[in-house]
Design a protein. Structure first.
Lengths: 157, 795
């Protein structure tokens, strides 16, 4: 079936099988492989994207459900001016190891900071509790969110 | 004129050198989402592979009917064991694992057939359409039952895979105080987020190019090529991005299957496992049962350690021989024990195969020997930390194998610094965000009956390979003129799995050559073997090889500098050196480094650590190269109404030799602790009659950011002789001790014995009593000390 989705500001079409997830459409049909597939059950957050501005696991959304709607992926974050402050903070805080969870976490952390610019630890923990990371033990992810929060507040980046 | 000599480099000025928290060289593509992991590989016209796996832990294959699968739309190939072109088995240490099962299957999840189709869904449907007629056979799925004489025989060699017997001093030596304990460790999964994945592309020369997420390209190739009937040079491996490994990628997964399908169809074939298949598609941490008796003098001095352990190797050999060696040699703990009797047995069962996972045998025994140390401290009325300090190993100590520790062993300092790290404040439950209470995230508790506990654990492990293995790593380094000055290019087969190895290799080149621009080529088989990225070995091994290649280049660079200085009549005192991007003769500048790079300089070096030896029939020898020690203190809270626990803080100190990249070391300590926390509290592959019951992230629980407490960490830097920059590996230490420390804290909070990990809520509230045992099984009557297949089989 033909599905038309606005992805990162551009309307894109793909011919997908009816059971295809939004994740599968993004990765396999549109070549946007920054959004990762690690569990396909909505447990790990590696496939986090925005659907009409709302954070979702793209593995739990049918491609057909996204028809006519707006999707933003990790690929939307950096600009010609450079990395998004959350991306830069993940690098500077050492929050990246294997990196497989990183795109999903960068998206989820950016979503949090859009809603709550200066979140305390407990709020960060709740907001990111749907994103598994197997490498870092999360300490530096927490540091990265605080770092990004401070820089965005100060307009440093 | 002076000649340039090999020696310590003085090019200290380079940015991001060894000892700094240099940024990751692969960081930017990883935050952008453009870093290509195995599952991201893509090429025009590729097919998608899928695997048919046995639902039975033990069965005879009566027949396989592929006709229905072949008739489906888009299906290009269906292969079974009868289509295998050459060698039919593979394995890391012993080739007993079928590429595709024939005649019988020995575990639930064993591959039986493979398919390739135009679309992943077509491949999945085709796999489901392959009809296999099985006759179920009796299975043995309990490790002790496997040792009974009437047990079904999993392997033609019998059910004993290897038995390690270590006799040290006088095992009959008397002690003032004895403590006894029995301990069980469940099966843990590595659960890397990146699935097993790769892309095989048939080549014009009849060979195949395989892009794959792995840990050791060359040993993969050594197993793949014979099964394809190809010479090794026609099987070229290129490492794809690796989304975490933790041991799970040491054994082959989809490699041979994708190559077979690519060669059968003449098309590129991609295989990428889903999460459920990933649980079946890689080995796990060995479940263990450990019986220990520990004797000490009244003053706390250890006298005797008697340990019997059994580990479940599952259906095939994998790396079980090395895991049981490790577990057995470390079973008495990082303590001086003058007398010991240790018997470790790895068995075959019809469970999924077990093999490498971070800690590699050291995790299981640490849980037991640290439990014993706490029991002993209680029996003696001694402080547990003081008891550990009193008995701690040090340089010169003799281990139960008779091995003398020659390298660095700052164990006392590790213990004392860990114990001195600041404790977390105690905040009353009423004053807290509910999310910080045990069960708080689920809004189930108000903290009415929360008890705090503190536990301490010490552990240790070998770095690099043991038992006389010829352990090596090759590196090629090229220094040339780049766009912004001298450019160093590093080429090794050493795989970056996320731990930061490639960043450390770049730091080494910057330090050794005084350059800023370094490129690390993605690993492949065009260069010599690097050995595996495992055993905490690559900082030492690949680091050593890169340092050696850089030293050779530096030597030649300085020779060119000396020639120039002589030509220009420069007079100097002292040697030539590199500083601030220049060649200096004494204090006199000879020229910029880039001026001496026409033609470019290239060097290839192989690094080997000192030779070790196998154990003799009494378990005596010099099996390990070097050791790294770690300590952790855990603070936990247990809600006694709910049986829920929360770790409040982990304080960790690790013996690292030299912190090559301090932030990277912290990352290893924090991430390693998280995996230890998972094993302590909830991570277990649950088996029923050999079948995995929880092959998903819904049912196999991996720690989330809500589960992980702050980790306060520090390192002890006492250089290891013979290791580049004195560095030891840092990947495993925290994983080894975190589990033991957390369970010690849970015992302290609850007063319960808690002798099995993961600890469950029922354990914490006493609904399930401690695990009991009728005593250890009889020591098996098999040849030793090598793996049994070495005596009974010669393939």
């Amino acid at each position: 079936m033909l599905v038309r989705v606005n992805v990162n500001g551009e309307w894109r079409e793909a011919d997908v099988w009816p059971g295809a997830s939004l994740l599968s459409m993004l990765r396999d049909e549109l070549g946007l492989r920054g959004t990762k597939n690690a569990c396909e059950q909505g447990e790990c957050g590696s496939c986090s994207v925005w659907l009409d501005g709302e954070l979702v696991c793209s593995c739990l959304v049918l491609a057909a459900q996204a028809d006519g709607r707006h999707v933003e992926t990790v690929e939307s974050l950096a600009s010609e001016g450079g990395l998004h402050p959350v991306q830069q903070a993940f690098l500077d805080a050492g929050a990246v190891q294997c990196g497989f969870c990183t795109p999903g976490l960068v998206v989820a952390a950016s979503d949090l900071l859009r809603r709550e610019p200066e979140p305390p630890d407990e709020v960060i923990r709740e907001a990111l509790s749907g994103n598994l990371c197997r490498c870092t033990g999360y300490q530096k992810i927490l540091d990265a969110v605080h770092l990004a929060s401070g820089r965005m507040r100060d307009g440093a980046v | 004129m002076q000649t340039a000599t090999r020696g310590p480099n003085l090019a200290q000025q380079a940015k991001d050198r060894v000892g700094t928290s240099a940024p990751r060289i692969d960081g930017v593509p990883k935050v952008l989402g453009s870093f290509a992991y195995g599952s991201d590989l893509w090429t025009e016209g590729m097919l998608f592979g899928a695997t048919v796996r046995s639902p039975h832990p033990s069965a005879r294959i009566r027949s396989i009917d592929t006709s229905a699968a072949l008739a489906l739309e888009g299906v290009r190939s269906v292969l079974t064991a009868q289509d295998l072109p050459a060698k039919r088995t593979y394995g890391l240490e012993f080739a007993d694992q079928p590429v595709l099962a024939w005649d019988v299957v020995r575990y639930a999840g064993e591959p039986v057939a493979i398919v390739a189709a135009d679309h992943p869904e077509q491949a999945r449907l085709a796999a489901a359409a392959v009809r296999v007629d099985y006759q179920p056979l009796p299975a043995v799925t309990d490790m002790e039952a496997a040792l009974r004489p009437d047990a079904p025989q999993v392997s033609e060699l019998g059910n004993v895979l290897r038995h390690v017997h270590i006799v040290h001093g006088d095992p009959a030596a008397q002690a003032d105080v004895w403590v006894e304990g029995y301990y069980e460790v469940g099966m843990q999964d590595q659960a890397p987020l990146g699935p097993e994945a790769g892309l095989a592309i048939p080549a014009a020369d009849g060979g195949v190019d395989l892009y794959v997420s792995t840990q050791w390209l060359h040993v993969d190739r050594a197993q793949i090529a014979p099964c394809l009937g190809l010479p090794e040079e026609k099987v070229r491996l290129y490492c794809a991005g690796v989304g975490g490994a933790f041991g799970s990628r040491e054994d082959l997964h989809m490699q041979i299957h994708a190559c077979l399908l690519a060669l059968a169809t003449g098309r590129p074939v991609k295989m990428s496992y889903g999460r459920e298949e990933s649980f079946y598609g890689h080995v796990h941490r060995h479940p263990a049962r450990i019986w220990a008796r520990t004797g000490a003098r009244r003053d706390g001095t250890l006298v005797n350690a008697q340990v019997r352990l059994v580990i479940d190797g599952g259906a095939y050999t994998s790396s079980s021989p090395a895991v049981i060696l490790n577990a057995s040699t470390f079973a008495a703990g990082p303590y001086e024990v003058p007398n010991a009797l240790i018997d470790g047995t790895a068995v075959y069962t019809n469970n999924p195969p077990c093999g490498a996972m971070r800690g590699f045998g050291a995790v299981q025994v640490c849980f037991a020997y640290e439990g014993q140390m706490d029991k002993l401290a209680a029996a003696l009325g001694m402080d547990p930390v003081e008891l550990r300090v009193r008995n701690a190993l040090h340089t010169g100590s003799v281990l139960p194998t008779g091995q003398v520790i020659r390298g660095s062993a700052p164990v006392r300092e590790v213990i004392e610094r860990c114990a001195a790290l600041p404790m977390p404040p105690e905040v009353p439950p009423d004053d807290r965000d509910p999310v910080t209470l045990p069960g708080g995230a689920g809004n189930v508790g108000r903290g009415e009956h929360v008890r705090r506990g503190v536990g301490f654990a010490l552990g240790y492990k070998n770095i690099a390979y043991s038992e006389g293995f010829d352990d090596s790593c090759e590196a090629e380094v090229r220094l040339e003129r780049g766009a912004r000055g001298p450019l160093a290019t590093i080429h090794t087969a050493a795989v970056e799995v996320g731990q930061g190895l490639h960043t450390v290799l770049a730091q080494i080149a910057r330090t050794e050559l005084g350059v800023e621009d370094v490129v690390v080529v993605q690993p492949d088989t065009r260069v010599g073997s690097a050995g595996s990225t495992s055993a905490s070995r690559q900082t030492v091994m690949a680091g050593g090889a890169v340092a050696a290649a850089c030293a050779t280049i530096r030597e030649r660079l300085l020779e060119r500098g000396a020639a120039r200085a002589a030509e220009t009549g420069t007079r100097w005192e002292g040697g030539l050196r590199l500083a601030e991007g220049r060649v200096l003769a004494g204090e006199a500048p000879v020229g910029e480094i880039a001026e001496f790079l026409d033609p470019p300089l290239e060097a290839r070096e192989v690094f080997r650590h000192r030779q070790t030896t196998p154990l003799d029939e009494h378990g005596q020898g010099d099996p390990h190269v070097m050791f790294a020690f770690g300590a952790q203190r855990a603070v936990v809270e247990v809600d006694e109404d709910l049986g829920l626990a929360r770790v409040v803080q982990l304080a960790a100190v690790q013996d690292v030799g030299r912190a090559m990249n301090p932030r990277g070391v912290e990352g290893q300590i924090e991430g390693g602790s998280a995996q230890g926390l998972g094993l302590a509290l909830f991570e277990e592959v649950r088996l029923r009659e050999g079948r995995i019951e929880n092959a998903s992230f819904t049912d196999y629980l991996v720690p989330t950011i809500l589960d992980m407490p702050p980790v306060v960490s520090d390192v002890v830097e006492e250089p290891e002789p013979g290791a580049p920059f004195g560095a030891k590996g840092v990947g495993e230490g925290a994983t080894i001790v975190a589990t033991a420390a957390i369970v010690a804290a849970l015992r302290n909070a609850t007063g319960r014995e808690l002798n099995r990990v993961p600890v469950t809520p029922d354990d914490l509230v006493g609904l399930v009593p401690p695990r009991t045992t009728g005593g250890p099984p009889p020591v098996p009557d098999v040849p030793g000390p090598r793996p049994v297949y070495e005596y009974r089989h010669h393939t």
